[in-house]
Design a protein around this ligand. Structure first.
Ligand code: FRU
Length: 486
């Protein structure tokens, strides 16, 4: 939603109780609230931030401008979870309230050091002429969720980057702490800077070079880079804005991509044996994916179900965006798989054989098998007039096609209404998670993923089988005790 700059950058303390109450009331009017995904309490949710394990719990913050569905003066909102499925807002917030983050506490990551969680993030700063500076800064969160900011700037903008320099991701590689930062060079190409913590002190960083991962630089900026390790193999996940489509086919305004690599050569700051660039997700919206390696050896990621610079049907209710389910990464036969964590099955409240249904509560999981040599088509969020979200699983031609041209309220149609990807021509499975206005589809247990929003109108809550003979289960999903997630 387009709001004037002075509204978007109004100080938090300037918003009156009445104005905030009105925003809250409006958010509550929406018919599209998710039941088991994180949504903003109010305003716009974008990137996952500070995803980490600390104090015996999983910690996940989200970027938020709390006063409406627009990108304004951003803060981080803290949530925590025991099981990576049920998340609770704790009340801790990383506010843009110092001269180093005066125009936004932008994205970043977190890492536990000696019983405290270190938050490493970008301070967005503008001067009176609205000229931007971008600083990598830090804060500490203790076990009681008190947040104390570091006084010093931890990484200044280097000479070879423009004002686009952000989203530090901290990680430990073989006992050394590193951080990578998304950047734009003076020729306006995207790249990634690498730093290491001097003596592993997270408040002192030295530049070690630019990451060599076989990128061409056709993008103008790389946002939200993450270097993760899956069975010791480096996987670099990033958002190359403006990437040339001859390099990778994508339809969303900006892609979220990855490369699987063979090793991390810390001498030469190189990801050795980097694969081709690939789409992380084939749906209409998944962006700014953030991950971390857990103390028990898993690799977890979570994505923003939303995209920059897009208006959504929820905007009129003063909110926008949601967080994806937490997905665990694995590599099989050289392919990256992403699949919700095991605890997601705890949401299954009832189970029945899969059949067409005139009505559902749009809060369910389908676990389906599609036979080989067959074109199957399902219509989800369907009504009696033939509207709905069409999902074609074609095991004859080897294709998945998701068509939302007849699904609910239309938006972002400039970027097309169909998304597709290829699959092998053999029996194929799909786990499909529907949550009122969110759908996450995991083909072959996460070999291909489609994450999307759908904003159904009244009575668009059926499941129709238009062709083919998929078989499987329908699970109604219930968030524990119906408690609110956000
Ligand atoms: C990605 C992004 C980040 C930035 C944040 C600001 O969506 O643009 O690069 O830190 O959002 O909210």
């Amino acid at each position: 939603m387009n709001l004037p700059q002075e509204t978007r950058y109004r100080a938090y303390s300037d918003w009156s109780k009445e104005e905030i109450a009105k925003i809250n009331e409006n958010v509550n009017q929406s018919p599209w609230h998710a039941s088991y995904h994180i949504e903003p309490r109010t305003g716009l949710l974008n990137d996952p931030n500070g995803f980490s394990f600390f104090n015996g719990k999983y910690n996940l913050f989200y970027q938020n401008w709390p006063f409406g569905a627009a990108h304004g003066l951003k803060e981080w909102i803290h949530t925590e979870s025991d099981d990576l499925v049920h998340f609770y807002v704790t009340g801790a917030e990383l506010r843009p309230d110092t001269e180093h983050d005066s125009h936004g506490a932008y994205s970043g990551s977190a890492y536990e050091v000696d019983g405290k969680l270190f938050l490493f993030y970008t301070g967005n700063v503008r001067d009176k002429k609205w000229i931007r500076d971008t600083l990598q800064i830090g804060a500490w969160m203790d076990k009681d969720h008190n947040i104390t900011k570091c006084e010093n700037i931890l990484i200044h903008k280097p000479a070879d980057v423009t004002e686009h320099f952000r989203d530090p991701q901290i990680f430990n590689y073989k006992g050394q702490l590193y951080t990578i930062v998304g950047a734009q060079n003076l020729e306006k190409s995207g790249f990634i800077k690498v730093y290491k913590a001097t003596d592993n002190n997270v408040e002192t960083w030295e530049e070690v070079g630019n990451l060599d991962f076989g990128s061409t630089g056709s993008e103008y900026m790389i946002e939200c880079p993450n270097l993760l390790f899956v069975d010791e193999k480096p996987v670099i996940i990033y958002c190359p804005q403006g990437l040339d489509k001859s390099e990778l086919n994508y339809d969303n305004i900006y892609p979220n991509t990855f490369k699987i690599c063979q090793s991390f050569d810390t001498e030469n700051i190189k990801l050795v044996g980097a694969s081709e660039i690939q789409n992380l997700d084939y749906g209409f919206e998944a962006y700014a994916t953030q991950g971390f390696n857990t103390p028990d050896g898993r690799t977890l990621i979570v994505s923003w179900i939303g995209l920059p610079d897009i208006d959504y049907p929820t905007d009129k209710y003063n909110y926008q965006g949601a967080m994806s389910l937490v997905k665990e990464l694995s590599i099989k036969d050289g392919k990256l798989y992403q699949y919700p964590v095991e605890a997601i099955t705890s949401l299954r409240a009832s189970s029945e054989q899969f059949t067409a249904k005139a009505e559902t509560n749009n809060t369910y999981e389908l676990e389906l098998t599609f036979p080989p040599n067959q074109k199957s088509e399902l219509l989800l969020f369907s009504d009696s007039k033939g509207n709905g979200l069409s999902l074609i699983v074609d095991t004859k031609e080897g294709k998945i096609i998701l068509d939302r041209s007849k699904a609910g309220i239309q938006y972002a149609t400039d970027f097309g209404t169909i998304r597709e990807c290829s699959i092998d021509t053999k029996e194929t499975t799909a786990n499909i998670f529907v949550d009122n206005s969110i759908i996450e589809i995991f083909i072959n247990k996460g070999e291909k993923v489609f994450t999307s929003r759908v904003f159904p109108e009244n009575h668009q809550n059926g499941i129709q089988i238009k062709s083919g003979e998929p078989t499987g289960k329908y699970f109604e999903l219930k968030y524990q005790n119906g408690s609110k997630i956000n």
